[in-house]
Write a protein that binds this ligand. Sequence first.
Ligand SMILES: NC(=O)c1ccc[n+]([C@@H]2O[C@H](COP(=O)([O-])OP(=O)(O)OC[C@H]3O[C@@H](n4cnc5c(N)ncnc54)[C@H](OP(=O)(O)O)[C@@H]3O)[C@@H](O)[C@H]2O)c1
Length: 301
Amino acid sequence: MAATGTNGHQQLRFLIWGGDGWIAGHLKTLLESQGREVHSTTVRMENREEVLRELDRIRPTHVLNAAGCTGRPNVDWCEDNREATIRSNVIGTLNLADCCFLRGIHCTVFATGCIYQYDDAHPWDGPGFLETDPPNFAGSFYSMTKAHVEEILKHYNNCLILRLRMPVSDDLHPRNFVTKISKYEHVVNIPNSNTILADLLPASILLAEHGEVGVYNFTNPGAISHNEVLTLFRDIVRPSYTWRNFSLEEQSKVIKADRSNCKLDTTKLVLKLKEYGYEIPEIHEAYRKCFERMKAAGVQK
Ligand SMILES: NC(=O)c1ccc[n+]([C@@H]2O[C@H](COP(=O)([O-])OP(=O)(O)OC[C@H]3O[C@@H](n4cnc5c(N)ncnc54)[C@H](OP(=O)(O)O)[C@@H]3O)[C@@H](O)[C@H]2O)c1
């Protein structure tokens, strides 16, 4: 059993992969605020020798893999850069998981739930997709790589796979889902599962430190439409804000790859977190609290 440090935590050593990324930055800040030992790296995941060297140098107990090819300015980039997308999201992600396995290290993968789309069995007002449902969305190359790699990754007994969707931070960082949709000329209006990072990132650490493995839908419970999000944003953060809607058909004319719209079932996650005394608020409540924190911090732009 690991020794207990002066901060009361067992002596765990976290290593964040994709150290310059958006979610990686949030993880580092969170772990530091908890008084944990945390390192980060920008070593390319697909470079086996370098990955093994980095693991042997830092000797983490836990790797948090927040690296991935997400495309700039958005996932449309992946449509035209397929080999580079595969190199990171498939070869790299598997290589890192495998190197961790060989060294006996727990590996948490920040994956995506954008591998589903509403269908007859899962309409927006019906049951959400379960962790065991096969992916049914391959409308974007990015999502396709993520769906395929998960099918293999889930066989690694050292891997915890967390499916985030449309992550939201308490600021208006350009990668925040709210920032993105608030800047679009037009937005669609479809209910979706969303991940409020302030609620879910602490949960990721809880699951990792307890050695949990397997796949989890990693969003707040419930689904919320774009208009509901923007209404709360206007009412709490930016009273002057207005927006215009358009249809999915109109949206398809201004994007290259399709976008996933779906609701994920969070029962497995909620029950697991209950074992550790941790609750995640339903998505409407979570957004309200998030925007109130934003307002209190003076975030306007
Ligand atoms: N933000 C979202 O909407 C969202 C939603 C669901 C899931 N996720 C997943 O969560 C993870 C983190 O997302 P994020 O929003 O923080 O993305 P991000 O800001 O683009 O950060 C990803 C980081 O990974 C690095 N990276 C890419 N390929 C790599 C490789 N082969 N080896 C090592 N590092 C590599 C990137 O570095 P370079 O720029 O130098 O390549 C970048 O610093 C990604 O896997 C993403 O797919 C994100």
